[in-house]
Design a protein around this ligand. Sequence first.
Ligand code: DQQ
Length: 470
Amino acid sequence: MTTNKPIHLTTIQNDFHRPHYHYVPQSNWMNDPNGVIHWNGRYHLFYQYNPYGADHANMHWGHAVSDNLTHWEELPIALTPTPNTADRGGIFSGCIVDDNGIPKAFYTGVNEAYDVQTQFLAIGSNDLVTWEKSADNPIIPLLPNEVGQTNDFRDPFVWQADDGWYMAVGSRIDGVGGAILLYRSDDLTNWTYLNPLWVGESARHGYMAECPNFFKLGDKWVLIISAHLVLDTGTVLYYVGDFKDNRFIPESDGVLDSGYYYAPLTHLDDKGRRIMWAWVREGRDQDHFVNAGWAGIQAFPRVLSLDSQNRLCMTPAEEITTLHTNHQHYTAETATSPLAQSSLSLDIQATFNIEQANRYGLDIICSTDGSERITIYYDRLTETVRIERKYDDGNTGHDTYTQGLIHTLDADETLDLRILLDGSIIEVIANQRTSITSRFYPTRADETQLAVINSTSLLSLDVWNMESIW
Ligand code: DQQ
C-alpha cells in the first residue's frame, strides 16, 4: 500500500481550483463513478477512491449521499479490498441493482499487479452503508475461452429484463480490439456467458473497452463505452441501435465527449430519468495534484435523451437551477465589452445566429492583462467546437493543447453553448449533443471576465453565479 504525504484539510478546502457545485470528496484521489442508484428517495454516489493519497492506487469504493442531486454528504468508505482474496489489489468499477428490495453491488476485484481481474458481488445494508461480500466470490472467475488471452476483464454493468438479469463486462479480444462481453443469470450469482455484445477495432476504438453502459432509451438501445487509450488517455463513444437475440445491432454512433470526461455511469431515477455521471480527469502533471492533496471531479449529472435523428442528447439535471443566484442577461447590444464576474463558479448559456463570421463563442479571461484565458468557440468553416487554454508563462505543468469536436448544425439551427465553469472544471455542451469537458487552473480566482467573441451575432447570453453546495 502506498501512502502520500498528508496535506492539511484546510489547505485542500481553501484551494480555489476545487469546485463549488460539483461533487469531490474532502481529499485524495477519486475517479470513476460506481454503483449510482436512487434508493429510498436518496441519490447514492459511489466512486473509485484512494483513501491514502491523491494518486490512482489502493482502489476502494467511496460513498456520498444526496436528497436533491446537488448537496452531498460524504459517508464512510463502502468497499475495501480483502487481504488474501482475489480483490486484495483493489475494488475496481461496477454498479448496484435493486434485487427485490436487496441492494446488490457488482465490481471487479483485482490483484496487486491488476493483471488478474474477476467479477465480485456484495450485498448491502438497507441504508447502503455497509456491504458484505458474497461467499461465492469471485462470481465470474474466468474469461470465456473464445476471448483468448487477455487480462482486461472489468467494470460489470447489470440490468434486469423480463427473462432474467444481464451483465455487460468491458474487455478486449487479442489482435482485434475492445469488446463488451454479455452474460445472463437467473439469480445474480451464477452467470452464463452468451456472446460479445460489441466488438471494436483497435485502430479506431483503442486497446480495450472500459465501463460499458447498455440501456433502453425511448424505442432504442444505447451502448456507451469508454474507449481506453484513444487520443492517449481515452474517449467516450456511444452507439444507438437495436437489441435482438442477445446481439446489439448498432445503427448510428457518435462521440459522447472528447475531453476529460471519462468512465460515465448511468442509472434510472425514480422520476424515470436516465442520469449520467462521469469522472473528470486532471489536466495537470501528477506532482501538481498529489501535492494539492486531491484529484478528480464528478461531472454535474446529465439527463439523457435521443433527438429525432437518434443523436444522444444531454442536459445538466434541472436541479442545477436551484443553485442559481445573481442572474445576468445580455444581448448583442449589451455584451460589447468584457463582463466582470466575481466568481469562478458560473452557469452560462449563450445563443448565436450563425452568419458570415467564422468564430462564435466566449473567452473566459482569468487575469486583467488577458494572459490567462480559456477560449470556447464554434469554428464555422470546420464545423468544430474548440477549447483553447492559455496560461501565464510561470504556470507550467498544465495541459494546453487545443481540444475540438465536430459539431454539425442543422439548417437554420442557432448555436447554443452551455458552459458549466467551476474552479478548475469546464463542461461545454453545444446544442445539447456535442460535449467537450476541460480542466483549467488559473493563477487567480478574483479577476474573471467574460468576453463574447463576435457579439454582433449574439442572440442572448445568460450567466448565473452558483451557490456553493458545501
Ligand atoms: N477505472 C477503474 C477500472 C476502469 C477504469 C479502475 C476506467 O475499473 O476500467 O480505477 O477509468
